[in-house]
Design a protein around this ligand. Structure first.
Ligand SMILES: [Zn+2]
Length: 258
């Protein structure tokens, strides 16, 4: 039997169903590319299936469709205006985007026969705009792995249970720190409160500040990086982010090759 959904999440799920029904044939989200059968399953009416989120490559979606995610990502709610009526629905979600380096996806491997032109690669990746990337906290470039590497990694990888336990402890640390406030997760704390009440250790933002001065990151990015630094500190049990935590969060935000 399916596990019951906690009440706030259940409310969000019901609202998504309502929006879908309310918008009728004119969906909130533009039609998916017709050559991606799995992408078309992303939006379904409640009557057919309430599942949302079949994976597809992010650049396969139109740029304006992806950019429409910026406002709900920022505000945690989506405002729908239709026929003179404006309604606000809760929309807190985790956005996970995946993209190959080129339309044929062969450029990821060594000498895999990619024939995409530089212009088509730029067009493809250009569907993910700078302002949208500015709202993505963690960017990771993955290298293709061989079967041998996959199998050898398995011997050293942690179990999901171990990782889940560490995440739970980190969340509990954040919740203890934020007790008595309207927030319970690092990602919910406004930038002004972070600066005033929970700044990282003195001197730990030096690299971050230099990156801001050089234009590598935006002011919005700084707030997001500090939030991630707090999560890294919570994961290792540090009372506040040190320089290493801030630098690691900056590396994740910039999407440095690892
Ligand atoms: Zn290619």
């Amino acid at each position: 039997m399916a596990r019951p959904i906690p009440r706030p999440r259940a409310t969000s799920a019901v609202c998504i169903d309502l929006i879908s029904a309310w918008c009728g044939p004119r969906r909130l989200i533009a039609p998916m590319p017709s050559r991606l059968p799995q992408a078309r399953k992303l939006v379904k009416t409640p009557s057919t299936d309430s599942t949302v989120g079949k994976p597809a490559e992010a650049p396969e979606f139109a740029r304006d469709v992806l950019d429409a995610l910026r406002q709900p990502l920022e505000a945690g709610e989506v405002v729908v205006a239709r026929s003179g009526v404006t309604t606000t629905f809760p929309a807190r979600f985790t956005l996970v985007l995946a993209a190959s380096p080129c339309p044929c996806a062969r450029a990821a491997g060594p000498a895999q026969g990619c024939s995409c032109s530089p212009a088509s690669r730029r067009r493809y990746l250009g569907h993910i705009s700078g302002p949208l990337l500015d709202r993505v906290d963690v960017k990771i470039e993955l290298e293709p792995v061989s079967r041998k590497e996959l199998l050898s990694d398995r011997n050293f990888s942690e179990s999901s249970r171990t990782v889940a336990q560490r995440v739970l402890q980190a969340r509990e640390r954040a919740a203890r720190r934020l007790r008595g406030t309207p927030w319970r997760l690092n990602g919910e704390v406004p930038g002004s409160e972070l600066r005033r009440t929970w700044p990282p250790a003195p001197g730990s933002l030096a690299v971050l500040e230099r990156s801001l001065e050089r234009g590598l990151i935006t002011a919005r990015g700084v707030v997001k990086i500090v939030r991630v630094a707090w999560t890294i500190a919570d994961l290792v049990g540090r009372p506040r982010p040190a320089g290493d935590d801030c630098d690691a969060a900056l590396g994740l935000w910039l999407g440095l090759r690892r």
